[in-house]
Design a protein around this ligand. Structure first.
Ligand code: KIV
Length: 278
């Protein structure tokens, strides 16, 4: 079923127009409650394929499926009425060529109500990005460290240090010329992020790419301290919800074992008491 997109929501052209002006605030979300919070404060909410690692306990993003992205995309859509919603195209859903990419991107848009998709890759994806944008699908590109290619890179290494800076710059220029409305730069050195941001005509959205970018994105579970599997240097923790949740669950378990929960105020009598709430 297709979902109508609110007309007052930010659009890909609105985001593209921010280039060199207001900084763009982006955050991932995978559920309705966090999407509602992000919607109040952020310009772009990305349903990232990082969902596989942070919510599903997968070792990488490689086994995330289109159906998973659709399920989380639907949930996020219910929480947004202002922020631009972008959904990641998962591994193996677009690399075969423009037709495969169009078929799957259109399914993501129709079934989640998102206004744009994100896909990983530079020069090699330019033709696909050109095809998608020419056929009504706005694309956020993603260059530098592209986690779906972790096996080619041999790990989640900083990009731009091993003589690969010019190639990454060419990637960013290629996706911009192909029509992407913005480009994520992941884990690239600050000098390279500065060069790319100065050279491309679309906003750069950094993650581990310094304040030289036009905007920033973080994985919401990382910045809230919910995902503790590993902690990249570029993540700033704005809360420690993981340890707070651990302490809360420990306190609940102790209360149940020691008979302190439920207490009188949690129990229903035959007759309602003044001030009783369901
Ligand atoms: O999957 C994701 O969350 C992402 C961001 C880290 C940019 O691609």
């Amino acid at each position: 079923m297709s979902v109508a997109v609110e007309t007052k929501a930010l659009t890909p052209p609105d985001i593209a127009a921010r280039k060199g002006r207001d900084r763009i605030v982006c955050l991932t979300a995978y559920t309705t409650p966090l999407a509602r919070l992000a919607n109040r404060h952020c310009d772009v909410v990305l349903v990232g394929d990082s969902v596989g690692m942070v919510l599903h306990g997968l070792p990488s993003t490689l086994s995330v499926t289109l159906d998973m992205m659709i399920m989380h995309g639907k949930a996020v859509r219910r929480g947004l009425d202002r922020a631009l919603m972008v959904v990641d195209m998962p591994f193996a859903s677009y690399e075969e060529g423009p037709e495969q990419a169009f078929r799957n991107a259109a399914r993501l848009m129709a079934q989640t109500g998102c206004a744009a998709v994100k896909l990983e890759g530079g020069e090699s994806m330019a033709e696909t990005i050109r095809f998608l944008t020419a056929h009504g699908i706005p694309v956020m590109a993603h260059v530098g460290l592209t986690p779906q290619s972790v096996n080619v890179f041999g790990g989640y290494k900083v990009q731009g240090r091993d003589g690969d800076a010019d190639r990454i710059l060419r990637d960013a220029v290629a996706v911009a010329e192909a029509g992407a409305f913005s480009v994520v730069l992941e884990k690239v050195t600050e000098p390279l992020a500065r060069r790319i941001t100065a050279e491309v005509t679309i906003p750069t959205i950094g993650i581990g790419a310094s304040a030289a970018c036009d905007g920033q994105i973080l994985v919401v579970d990382d910045m809230l301290g919910m995902f503790t599997g590993f902690r990249p240097k570029f993540v700033k923790r704005y809360a420690e919800l993981g340890s707070e949740a651990d302490a809360a669950i420990a306190a609940y378990a102790a209360d149940v074992r020691d008979g302190r929960f439920p207490a009188t105020e949690h129990v229903f009598d035959d007759a309602p008491k003044a001030g009783d709430v369901a």
